[in-house]
Design a protein around this ligand. Sequence first.
Ligand code: IYR
Length: 243
Amino acid sequence: MPDTEQSKPETGHPEERWTPIHGQPYRSIPYRPARMPEAESLSQAAELKDRMRERRTVRQFSPDPVPTQAVRDAIACAATAPSGAHQQPWTFALVQDPEIRRRIREAAEHEERVSYDGRLGEEWLAALRPLGTDEVKRHLTDAPALIVVFQQRYWLGEDGTKHKHYYVDESVGIAVGMLLSALHLSGLAALVHTPSPMRFLSQVLGRPENEKAFAVVPVGYPAPDCQVPDLVRKALDQVLVEV
Ligand code: IYR
């Protein structure tokens, strides 16, 4: 065994194990979740599938407030996502202040006007037509909460040196998927809004230079007269190949 004493944290886990990996000490702790009986697995999976099928992207929100703690808990769920080298390269800005939401909407609509006026190109605009989107982003001020998700492209050491983060897009994408699931399962509606370019979000929210906006997720309840496009999801046999 290599000399592991130096790297041992002071409060070691009672059942920690030290193993050399490429000559370096690797510390692990036991993971023994109770195994779910098969019948329960099947019923949980089927129920979850049905609940997830009810999720829809919502663009028309009621201004009714949402329970802030439920949104914080959903963010806590998202922050359990696996990430490259467990670097957790994300920051979630929860914005409820009406003035900040108004500024975000104003800046987003400014960019989106340019996009819908031609920057996206005809093929892209045609692909969006079935979704009924345009440059008017009422959801940014109607929804009572916005979660602005930032990816940390790198981390800054105390002396200002930049250190690489790995698989940042994948990690943050997984976290946003978990966020949407958690919000939905908590009874809240959401939308992934990707104004482009998104630099204004860093400015409005005063985020540091290592963070880059990834998406804005408005959260709330659907408006009483909310309409959604009549989309059809691909059948399982169109998306699943079993080998
Ligand atoms: N970001 C724009 C355009 C847009 C792009 C895609 I791809 C969508 O699925 C939906 C919208 C917007 O938010 O309107």
